[in-house]
Design a protein around this ligand. Sequence first.
Ligand code: SF4
Ligand code: SF4
Length: 426
Amino acid sequence: MKQQNIDPLKRVEDQLKKCVKCGACRQNCPAFTAFQREPAVARGKITLAQHLLADDLELDDQTYLAMSKCLLCGSCVDKCPNDVPTDEIVIAARESLAQRRGLTTFHAAVGQVIKSRTRMQMGAKMASLLGPLFFKKVPKTSGLRLRFPVPFVGNTRFVPEVAKNSFMDQHPEVIPGEPGKPHIAFFVGCMTNFVYTEVGEAALALFRHLGCTIIIPKGQQCCGLPGMSGGDLATVRDLAEKNLAEFDKYEVDYVMSACATCSGALHRLYPLVVGKRNPELRERLDALAKKTVDASQLLHQLGLDATETGSGEEISVTYHDPCHLRTRGVTKQPRELLKATPGVTLVEMAGADQCCGLGGTFNVYHYDSSMNINNGKSAAIEATGAQAVATGCPGCMMQLSDGLKQHGSNVEVIHTLQLLARKLKL
Ligand code: SF4
Ligand code: SF4
């Protein structure tokens, strides 16, 4: 693959110039909420990136740390009157820093894990077998806590259990549907494959209910998004190319994911960080992006009718917008699906569109700040009095569960698809 060897910040130089330092991006910036310092907000990071590009900044740990304080939630992009793409600038700045200083040990380790499906598979197997040695079940919750502190994890957080068998191991590559119905390739994603396998089952049940043919390409890899947090764009590009080659093998109408982060990577980030720099792949990546849809978006489009099975048990639910759906405008479809489901009452929370604080590896690297951001979200969920909070991203599910359990709350955290499948008795 041909790559021009230039500073990644050079590619966003014109975008950097568009910032007029008005400060409108402070509003709703979760990093500013957590750190209350100018370098945490978009304007501060843009100034930092401008100095990096001009090469008049000392490359110390503080510079690196400042650029790591961003969840790539896109909230500042929505607020900016000049359409400054801060998320794209932060990605470029992180890559630039990684090129100058190398990756941190933590981010290098993340890259090693996500770039090999076999390594992930083995890691997940070990985690499910050895889990009880390291984790204890917490009474009255379905969560686990570490028995002792581990670097970057601590022993206060609640983590979900790793599945005994991965989702992809339990299903064939092709699940035939009815003639004339859509063919869908399923981008499963690591969290659904190894942890929240029930989300994958709900997706399968719902699309089979609609008669769709489902293809689960066995060679699919991690979407690569965790690599973005530390500037490991080489890994992101490698994974993007592998996923592109794998999904290009199938003639399908849609590429669907029940993980907002994964569909966000295929839909927006691959064209942005790979396609823009590689004309040979651009067309194919754009075609993949065009076909990529979120599962709730596709169910809505295909006209899922949940009224067929009667109301069943009543449940009040609030909905959290994952950033990777909100920034693509997928906000009304999951709500409309929930509202149309008999027995489901949707109660809106304050700040439903605000980031839950996960932000990829931000949650690991800046755990306390991540939970500080999450406090507001947990309080908003509890204030609704809802029995459950639905969302469209397994990563958000993990973060919301941790936050709610830290608050001593019994609110159930559920994927929108799980709730729909449950109500349809699938
Ligand atoms: S990024 Fe946009 S909103 Fe923020 S200071 Fe610059 S111009 Fe203003
Ligand atoms: S992407 Fe989100 S966290 Fe990062 S600067 Fe913008 S609003 Fe703040």
